[in-house]
Every structure is written in C-alpha cells, then in structure tokens.
Design a protein around this ligand. Sequence first.
Ligand SMILES: [Zn+2]
Length: 370
Amino acid sequence: MLSIRFILFCSLLFAFVSRLAAADWKVIQADGRDYVSFANVAQFYRFPQFSQASRTVSLRGERRGIRAQAGTSEFYINGVRFFSNYPLVARGDENLISAMDIAKIVEPVLRPNKISGAKKIDTVVLDPGHGGDDSGTSGPWGNEKNFALDVALTAREQLLRAGFKVEMTRSTDKAVALEDRVAFANRFPTAVLISIHFNSASGASGVESYALAPVGVPSNASTENHSGSDKMEWFPGNAQDAANIALSAAVHASILSKVSVFDRGVRHARFHVLRDSKIPAVLVEAGFLNDRVEGSRIATAVYRQKLGQAVAAAVTNYHRAVNFQTSGPTLVAAASNLPAHTRAITDSLGEEPPPSEATPTPSAAIRSLH
Ligand SMILES: [Zn+2]
C-alpha cells in the first residue's frame, strides 16, 4: 500500500508540477504526503490578499476567495464548501493543504479552462435515482424516486431550451439497474452525467454533491447507500477526476445560489454510476426528505422546479467555464452573489440553516408525470 501510494503521489506531483511550472511550488512533507502552504497557494494563484490568524487562513481576490482552517478536512472556495481529500495540517507557522487537494480540487475549480481533455459537450444525460419497485428513500410527503424524476424533467425542459440534447436513464416510473444507467450514459461521449437523488437521515438537512473519489482517497459519503465501494483503486471514472469535480462544483454552487439550503459540501465517494462513467459525472443529494422543513419544501412543485433550473444552469456554467480558453471565471463565481457565510468553518454538519423564507405548504401530490 505504501509503495502504491508513493508511486501515486510521485506521479500526481510530477503531472501536476510539470504542468504548472515546478519552480512555483515548494513541497513540504507532512504525514507521509506532499503538502504545500496556503501562502504558496496565494502566491501561485495570485490572490492579492493573504491573511493567517493562527490556524485559519483567508485568500482573497476581487472575484474569488478561499477560506480554510488547519486541523479540519474542509475548505471554502467562494463560500462553497468542499471536503478535502486529506486533512489540512499545520507545521510550525505554516498552514498546509495536500498536493492532492490542489491538483484534484483547487486547480480544476479555480481554472476550469485548463482542465486537460475537457471536451465541448452537446448532450446531458440525466439520471433520476431509483424507480419502479425501488422507491429510494421517503418522507411524510413522498418518495425519492418521484421527486428525483420531477427535478430531472424540469432540468430537461430547461436544457433543451438552452440548446443541449438531453438523454434520460428513465423518464417514467420504472426500475433501471445501476450498470444499465452508466452503460447508457457511456453511449454519449460528448455528454455529462447528472444523477439526482434525495437523502434521509435523522437530524440532518441540506444539499451535498458527489464527485468520484480520486485513487487512494477514502470515500466520505454521509448517509444514503448507493452501492459505493471501499476499494480505493482506479476506476474508469477517475480518468475524469478534474472534470468531475468541476461539474460537481458547478451543480452544487448553482443549487446554493437558487434555493436557501444548508451547504453540506462537495464530497467524494465511489457510487456505482460515478465509478464506471467515462464522461464527467456528478451525483447530487438535493435535500433530506425526512427533515420536517426541508421535506415539505421538496414536496412543492415550485421548489423542485428551482432545483431543476439550478441543474440546467449548472451545465451552462460548466460548459462555458471549461471551454473558456483564456482566463475563465471560476466555476463557483455564481456563489459570490450569496450572502456572506454566517457559519464558522468548524460548525457541525447537522445544524439547521437559519430560517430565511416561509415554509411553503407541500402539494398533495407532485405534478403529474408522463
Ligand atoms: Zn437515492
């Protein structure tokens, strides 16, 4: 395992550093891994302001910012929460982030136009989770399978209007095997795959978006089981690591900018559809059906339409960002319109977001599906 990791880090660092000019990075060993300091990150990405108070760092520019705290496994880019692949650590006066996190998260999110191999896309494969006998999770106002399909149908409408072709793994209430979903998606080489789900867990609310975990990185799936794998080996989806995180960031930020919801972060896991997808893929858990407030919101057609619109807008953002060949905006620029993050970085996951809008009455049934 050690030797595999060693080779991995060497090849990762080689690929990363050789592409980005080796002289600019000063690599620091910590916990047997390659790390760089946040001061180095600020310098490399030309953030004009860098401040550090004890273990908390802030990097700021005109249109972008990073916040982080050593000792945690998360950081914020433009106010959007990302779970790091490895813990952020402190060494002496310096606060460090792993080279893996720079290569696999910070770089593709800050500079999506430099993602090597990111293709122009003309098609979107929408994958509403579950269906048929498999209802997915449920809450007092309905089942995951119906809500996920409804969000996908709104997204389809919007995406067609925006000029994309849209394919769906299911457009009715029928069961589709996970391997059939991903095999279907892989028939469209110039597409992205967006899998839509809802969550359920006691005491939790909010939205989380999943990209495939990079090789060697443990999964951090929170609740729902989507046949993930504990194996940290290479999967076909890993060929798209950079595009996967860029797409996940775009979808996550777009949802946060459209609805008032707790940010449970852009995470990484090895769900089946992510592992075997040959095209950029994201799995979004768009809220908790069992949560009293969130579940009742998801049960309204208006809220699900907003989610569908957010998914569609995210595709347009992603498409523009990866194909912007000069100095593109960051993918999460949309989130700069959000109010300042009111939570401390160390706040626990399960807390309720502050109530900012009246809870709508759940509709008796979601609008009729065809
Ligand atoms: Zn699900």
